[in-house]
Design a protein around this ligand. Structure first.
Ligand code: PLP
Length: 416
């Protein structure tokens, strides 16, 4: 019964160092967030010891009476939060949720139509060396050169040409709301199943600040750890007619025992996401992203020719476009890291620079909004970022401004 620090000082020290890193820096990776302490607590419980293959009330192991209560709570909360007829809370990750959907409803060689990875799509939407691209016949649609938004006319033309079994909407790097009604209409024209992967914007949907894809799609998948702010994991929502096939594709099709400690943490996160404090946080998340887009593109902001894709944002992230700038994505990411701001470089559509360098940055506001940042704080963050992108900048002065923001918003004050 030794503590982690006693039993394994090496792992313990690295965990402590990671907590310090999260506290002392400004986390702006758009897919990250800070799970509430109650979520961390649920995930660190004895539930990790329990095997529970099957579903609540129909398990292949004894002793599941308590994990049944927990998993049913998670299912009921997911359904009620998003207005879904069916929920499966067992996928270990977003990628596994998507793969389980394909496994449930498609056969090898079937055609899917999804957003190109280089235009903001996800690996699991048909990337060449992902399982989805290897097993399925993946066709990609794109964003328009003219304004960076999804080219719905191309989606429709490709759908008619390729007759996909499934149309996939959703993104990892795209700053606008999607037109779900248009996707539904296109899917209906060719008799395709419509799947929406809302991994990035599920928290905005939960807060009522983004159209709800559940009202349009046959299947909706998500991660639980991005804007939704829960533990790392996946979730599938669907019309009830798909439930039986989806259940058996997740287990026994793709996975063995569910991670009931993670499912408990998902249940807690879904409870949090139904509350008013969560909605306020999502409002600050979007407001922060809009402030970044506006301030970074002011004519005199950076002196190096920074644009943002689509000219702004409606969600929790901004895609900085450095195509016309001497500064590349790698240099910009490194400079921000140097002053304590964590972001990721990101290829922009038709990026002239190589994938390890890129001409873009993806900057997200969910984690800082969770930390309590308001519009004044995001204004200061935007101005710090603009400063560091200038040809010359004062590292020490910018580090001090980052530190002041971090200190003003303590992270996990209850954790030692
Ligand atoms: N779907 C989308 C749209 C994503 O952005 C991501 C992760 O970045 C995933 C799925 C995969 O989630 P995970 O990393 O949990 O497998």
């Amino acid at each position: 019964n030794q503590s982690l620090a006693q039993l394994d000082p090496e792992v313990s020290a690295a965990v402590d160092a990671e907590l310090a890193r999260q506290r002392d820096t400004l986390e702006m990776i758009a897919s990250e967030n800070f799970a509430p302490q109650a979520v961390l607590e649920a995930q660190g419980t004895v539930l990790t010891n329990k095997y529970a293959e099957g579903y609540p009330g129909r398990r292949y192991y004894g002793g599941c009476e308590h994990v049944d209560v927990i998993e049913q709570l998670a299912i009921d909360r997911a359904k009620s939060l998003f207005g879904a007829e069916y929920a499966n809370v067992q996928p270990h990750s977003g990628a596994q949720a998507n793969t389980a959907v394909y496994f449930a409803l498609l056969k090898p060689g079937d055609t899917i139509l999804g957003l190109d990875l280089a235009h903001g799509g996800h690996l699991t939407h048909g990337m060449r060396i992902n399982y989805s691209g290897k097993i399925l016949n993946a066709v990609a649609y794109h964003v328009r050169d003219s304004d960076g938004t999804v080219d719905y006319d191309e989606v429709e033309a490709l759908a008619k040409e390729h007759q996909p079994k499934m149309l996939v909407a959703g993104w990892s790097a795209y700053p606008r709301q999607l037109d779900f009604a248009r996707f539904r209409a296109i899917a209906d024209q060719v008799g395709a199943i419509l799947m929406v992967d809302m991994a990035h914007f599920a928290g905005l949907v939960a807060a009522g600040l983004h159209p709800n894809p559940v009202e349009y799609a046959d299947i909706v998948t998500t991660t639980t750890h991005k804007t939704l702010g829960g533990p790392r994991g996946g979730l599938i929502l669907a019309k009830s007619e798909y439930g039986k096939k989806l259940n058996s594709a997740v287990f026994p099709g793709m996975q063995g025992g569910p991670l009931e400690h993670v499912i408990a943490a998902k249940a807690v996160a879904l409870k949090v996401a139904a509350g008013e404090e969560f909605a306020d946080r999502q409002r600050r998340t979007i407001a922060g992203a809009k402030i970044l887009a506006e301030r970074l593109t002011r004519p005199d902001a950076t002196e190096v020719g920074v644009n943002v894709l689509t000219g702004g944002t409606e969600v929790h992230l901004v895609l900085v476009d450095l195509v016309n700038s001497a500064l590349n994505g790698q240099e910009a990411e490194d400079r921000l890291h140097e002053i304590g701001i964590t972001v990721n470089r990101n290829a922009v559509p038709n990026d002239p620079r190589p994938p390890m360098v890129t001409s873009g940055l993806r900057i997200g506001t969910p984690a800082l909004a969770t930390r309590g940042f308001d519009e004044a704080d995001f204004t200061e963050v935007a101005d710090i970022i603009a400063e560091v992108l200038k040809p010359t900048y004062d590292v020490e002065a910018l580090r001090a401004r980052v530190s002041a923001l971090a200190t003003a918003h303590p992270l996990y004050p209850g954790l030692k």
